[in-house]
Design a protein around this ligand. Structure first.
Ligand code: SAM
Length: 503
């Protein structure tokens, strides 16, 4: 099996040492590492106490060889699948960097879900990452007062499949600390993911500490500073934890915006929907050169923004579109339903000869060469971002692919006010409370992350300020955009109640 199939990403020694210190105490007699790899945790453990009884699991023979070379101790090595091995014993310390695999890569997913339902009374989501199966199993192998230390992708705290896991942790009151690394820290060389360290303690915990770590050097400061007076540590009582919500909010000061009339959720005034998915961009996206080559009629060429990088300006109009067209960018979508000429029909036949009609999305469309029915969105917002969210006013009113989500207002009266607000850094700060983190500073929004995101209630803006905002909107077309956005930001910041305490 290859490295990816086995989820082989190795723990940085600084982190490994920290994790051992976090879990170890004089009461620790029996230790388990469910996915040992080269054995970095056992190596550090032996430095503190080499007398513990250690059991380690590893699937890969090559890793076992490495482990033996590296560690060379009396650990009991089990060369089998940890998830499929019945363990009757209980451990005082379970320490693990589990293999990380997306749900699509787990071959025996259905079987695992069934085992977990019967054995641990948990209905795992089919979308679960492989690593959370390890976590749940380990919880059930802990001695009373035992500790479990995992390094695990942070994503499960904020995404759908994590809900049952969070519920499990909350119901058992087993969670004691979550230490979150800043997503700019690259922990694993070839994995794009933000990680966190989780400490579970098998006793009735009352509170959970949520800790931010901004650099690896700061990790060791946690020993001295781990209390609620420290900026980086936020203490929440179990009663305050809601497993149905994203947990990124617990890594900040408690927010009270939800009972503040100055804020609403975006979905109260608009709907965010994903853009069009073609099912085969190579076939459906067209530039002028391709349109000429196949002699396609205007009727089958629907203007569409396909790549976020094609849009540099905050306002997209006919002039910008013409520039892209002239530069031979792919800014048309083939829509075979409107085909009128022989050449149009030939292009459909070409698609069939290339088996475009047999692809997943096209085979579910009728006819396969139609494009998804979606209303044109007046505002686009980027799906992925780094620090700054790209927001574009689609003045030309053309379609967009999934590179952007579309924002559709219930009532278009305030459309340019909302757009101007969404351009500002203050709005991004608040929207980002609902983001998903992809590691290395890359953030993502699914449509519902934005639907649920908080925005300023536009109704509280005075008529005078609205006038000023609309004048600034016009200036976005001609003046220095950054300067105009700064002016807009100044207006909106006034309204953002400082009780939010976002800093
Ligand atoms: C993320 S690596 C961590 C290795 C090491 N503990 C570390 O922290 O550097 C996970 C290890 O688990 C092994 N592995 C993958 N699936 C496994 C399974 N089902 N049971 C036991 N080990 C497994 C992989 O071969 C890999 O060495």
């Amino acid at each position: 099996m290859n490295k990816k199939k086995l989820g082989q990403f190795f723990t940085n020694p600084v982190i490994a040492e920290f994790m051992v210190k976090l879990g170890y105490s004089d009461n620790v007699k029996k230790v388990l590492d469910p996915s040992v790899g080269p054995g970095v945790f056992i190596k550090y453990l032996n430095k503190i106490n080499s007398k513990c009884e250690k059991t380690v699991f590893e699937l890969d023979q090559n890793m076992i060889k490495l482990f033996k070379e590296n560690v060379n101790d009396n650990s009991k090595i089990i060369n089998s699948d940890y998830l499929k091995t019945d363990i009757k014993e209980k451990y005082d310390l379970i320490i693990c960097n589990p293999p990380y695999k997306k749900f699509q890569e787990i071959d025996d997913r259905k079987q695992l879900i069934e085992i977990f339902k019967n054995k641990y009374s948990i209905k795992m989501s089919g979308y679960s990452n492989y690593c959370v199966y390890f976590l749940i199993k380990s919880i059930n192998e802990l001695n009373i007062n035992g500790k479990c230390v995992y390094i695990i992708p942070y994503e499960f705290l904020n995404c759908g499949y994590g809900e049952v896991i969070k519920k499990y942790l909350v119901d058992k009151k087993i969670l004691s600390k979550i230490i979150k690394f800043d997503n700019k820290i690259k922990l694993f060389n070839d994995a794009t993911t933000t990680s966190c360290i989780i400490l579970l303690e098998n006793k009735n915990n009352e509170n959970v500490q949520f800790i931010n770590v901004s650099s690896l050097e700061k990790l060791n400061l946690i020993w001295n500073d781990c209390n609620e007076n420290n900026n980086e540590v936020f203490l929440y009582n179990y009663k305050e934890l809601n497993y149905k919500e994203k947990w990124s909010k617990y890594f900040r000061k408690k927010e009270n915006y939800l009972n503040n009339d100055n804020f609403i959720r975006l979905k109260e005034i608009a709907r965010v929907k994903r853009g069009i998915a073609t099912g085969d961009n190579k076939y459906f996206l067209l530039n002028i050169e391709k349109i000429k080559k196949y002699n396609l009629s205007n009727c089958v060429c629907e203007p569409c923004i396909c790549k976020s990088s094609d849009v540099d300006d905050v306002i997209f109009d006919q002039k910008k579109f013409n520039e892209l067209k002239r530069d031979n960018k792919k800014v048309f979508l083939f829509d075979g339903r409107n085909s009128v000429t022989k050449s149009d029909n030939n292009y459909i036949k070409l698609g069939e000869s290339l088996k475009v009609n047999k692809r997943y999305l096209t085979s579910h469309r009728n006819p396969w060469y139609s494009i998804e029915e979606k209303k044109v969105a007046p505002i686009w917002i980027s799906v992925f971002s780094r620090n700054k969210i790209k927001v574009v006013r689609n003045e030309m009113m053309i379609k967009n692919l999934t590179t952007f989500h579309g924002i559709y207002l219930n009532n278009n009266d305030d459309i340019n006010i909302l757009f101007c607000y969404l351009l500002t850094p203050i709005s991004h700060k608040i929207l980002y409370l609902n983001k998903r983190e992809y590691g290395e500073g890359l953030d993502k929004f699914e449509p519902n992350d934005l639907n649920d995101a908080i925005i300023l209630n536009l109704n509280i803006i005075s008529a005078d300020d609205k006038k000023k905002i609309l004048i600034l909107y016009e200036q976005l077309k001609s003046k220095n955009v950054d300067k105009v956005i700064t002016k807009l930001n100044d207006i909106f910041v006034k309204y953002v109640n400082d009780t939010l305490n976002l800093d």
